[in-house]
Design a protein. Structure first.
Length: 277
């Protein structure tokens, strides 16, 4: 098992019976993602489908269309006044997961649907559950005792200028405190929670010392884990074509993106939980 989706989905995901959809979501949680080709969605149809999986996030921001507030526009397009229409623009995006600066992340399933493609842009997805499984027992036990403090930092996974409404949205989050090794609430599998750009502090709680906390030197820990997690065998690379739907679990995966060269590229992004399955 290498954590990759080994099947090319050409059937319409909306036609799956509930039991098969439940199985597909478990597979997505285990592998960190699934890829569904040649899907046929309107904006309203995508929102309706994602609601069959769970409750969707509706923050009412500049990148959320009024008619479909569940959708985030992911695009470098601008209106006639030069204002951004969407988030994540056209720059390279470093390794990250979504919602890591919030204490409670309930909408852990991200759906990305390709409306307009740019075949020169690649999405990479890393399975952090599989990476954890392949640690030594000593490493697993040590990292289970580590807690991390996270806070969004500009000019890390990408760069935003002062006054950008996207930066205002990102910086509004107060940050979060997480266990470095999490347990997935639906599968019970352990994974490494590692949006390393945003790790500010870390400490280790030692069971053998009555639960005493000891500060961890963050930079060496990050470098050690990067060398283990971001191996090619844990990664899948995908070039979006029109009609592709990529579903990613934000606990068992990290993702990144190469630069976008066509400003017409457009993805519809929706975040949901799994509460309706």
């Amino acid at each position: 098992m290498d954590g990759r989706a080994k099947y090319k989905m050409t059937i319409q995901i909306t036609n799956l019976p509930k039991q098969r959809l439940q199985w597909a979501m478990i597979k997505t949680q285990i592998d960190g993602h699934s890829i569904w080709h040649e899907q046929d969605f309107t904006a309203e149809g995508l929102a309706t489908f994602m609601k069959t999986i769970g409750e969707c996030e509706t923050p009412d921001l500049f990148m959320n269309p009024k008619k479909t507030p569940e959708i985030f526009l992911v695009t470098g397009k601008k209106d006639k006044h030069g204002k951004k229409l969407g988030m994540f623009g056209d720059t390279e995006l470093g390794w990250h997961s979504n919602g890591n600066s919030r204490h409670n992340v309930e909408h852990i399933l991200i759906g990305l649907y390709c409306v307009e493609e740019d075949v020169n842009t690649t999405l990479s997805i890393c399975n952090t559950a599989l990476a954890f499984q392949n640690l030594t027992d000593d490493q697993k036990n040590y990292y289970r005792g580590v807690t991390i403090k996270l806070k969004f930092k500009n000019n890390t996974i990408y760069n935003l200028e002062e006054g950008d409404p996207e930066l205002e949205f990102m910086e509004a989050s107060k940050g979060s405190i997480r266990k470095l090794v999490g347990t997935h609430p639906h599968t019970g599998q352990e994974y490494l929670y590692f949006p390393y750009h945003f790790i500010e502090k870390a400490w280790h709680r030692m069971a053998c010392a009555g639960g005493a906390k000891k500060s961890v030197d963050v930079n060496p820990m990050i470098q050690d884990l990067k060398g283990h997690i971001f191996k090619s065998r844990y990664q899948t690379h995908h070039v979006f074509h029109k009609g592709d739907l990529v579903l990613m679990d934000q606990f068992t995966s990290l993702h990144r993106r190469t630069p976008v060269y066509d400003d017409n590229r457009l993805l519809w992004r929706i975040a949901s939980d799994y509460g309706s399955l």
